[in-house]
Design a protein around this ligand. Structure first.
Ligand SMILES: CC(C)(COP(=O)(O)OP(=O)(O)OC[C@H]1O[C@@H](n2cnc3c(N)ncnc32)[C@H](O)[C@@H]1OP(=O)(O)O)[C@@H](O)C(=O)NCCC(=O)NCCS
Ligand SMILES: [Zn+2]
Length: 228
């Protein structure tokens, strides 16, 4: 299935706390599918050695009968794990937008206000010394964004990002922080945020695993989005 225009996609607010279990289940499937695909390839893993494979490796896995280290592979992101993460991350005060196509979930974008101190603890890295303005000690954590591969390239993520930004601005938040990946395969968000939206690298994780923390003040971002 491919989408021909963003006109066939609608954006709706969502919270798992609202009790729509069917939509929550659809979001879980969408999340698992997004990360099973490029560039993350987090589809199946070996419970023994933790090696993992993406959807693109399906052909190879058939030859090994979906086994490694003498055991069957398991889901990289189990449904239980994703449900639990969604409940924890999409708090009632979070901003969460879903993209729907023919009423199924094809994309998601969520984030929330958090104190800089708590976010440093959560992400296990220091970046506050790099913030030009600390927004009174509270920032907008741009937690996740994802769109199913067949729906990418139609500005769906951009539309959800813009709605989430409106929510952040309405809540008086002034700085956005995101964790993403610079290498080995840069996440599209890394390229988009640094090359087009003016985000700066605030911190790199030790051990050269490619994960980085990006940030920028929101001043001027809405205008930049509208003009890009
Ligand atoms: C990242 C993702 C959500 C983007 O979804 P999408 O709907 O295809 O994105 P959009 O069409 O809205 O494009 C968003 C912007 O990315 C920009 N972009 C795309 N590829 C880019 C590149 N190689 N370099 C710089 N910017 C790029 C686009 O130019 C666009 O901005 P513009 O319209 O102002 O030009 C999607 O690729 C995805 O789900 N990836 C896997 C999940 C993921 O990596 N999430 C982030 C975790 S950190
Ligand atoms: Zn193994």
């Amino acid at each position: 299935m491919t989408v021909t225009s963003i006109a066939s996609v609608t954006l709706v607010r969502f919270s798992p706390h609202d009790g729509d279990h069917v939509r929550t289940a659809e979001l879980v499937e969408c999340y698992r599918e997004v990360f099973a695909d490029t560039p993350w390839h987090e589809w199946l893993k070996c419970p023994q050695c933790q090696q993992y494979w993406g959807k693109k490796d399906g052909g190879v896995l058939v030859t090994t009968k979906f086994r490694h280290c003498g055991t069957p592979l398991v889901d990289f992101w189990s449904r239980e794990q994703v449900v639990s993460d969604l409940y924890q991350e999409i708090t009632p005060s979070a901003s969460c937008w879903l993209a729907l196509h023919a009423s199924s979930v094809v994309g998601f974008c969520f984030g929330y206000a958090i104190s800089v101190t708590d976010l440093e603890k959560k992400l296990a890295i220091r970046f506050s010394h790099k913030l030009a303005e600390d927004g009174g000690g509270v920032v907008a954590y741009q937690d996740e964004v994802g769109v199913l591969a067949t729906f990418r390239g139609h500005k769906i993520a951009k539309a959800m990002f813009a709605n989430r930004l409106e929510d952040f601005l309405a809540d008086g938040l002034r700085t956005g922080i995101v964790r993403t990946r610079e290498f080995p395969e840069p996440s599209q968000t890394f390229l988009w945020y640094t090359e087009k939206l003016g985000y700066k690298i605030l911190a790199r994780y030790p051990g050269d695993d490619g994960r980085v923390i990006l940030g920028r003040e929101f001043k001027g971002l809405k205008e930049l989005l509208a003009s890009s």
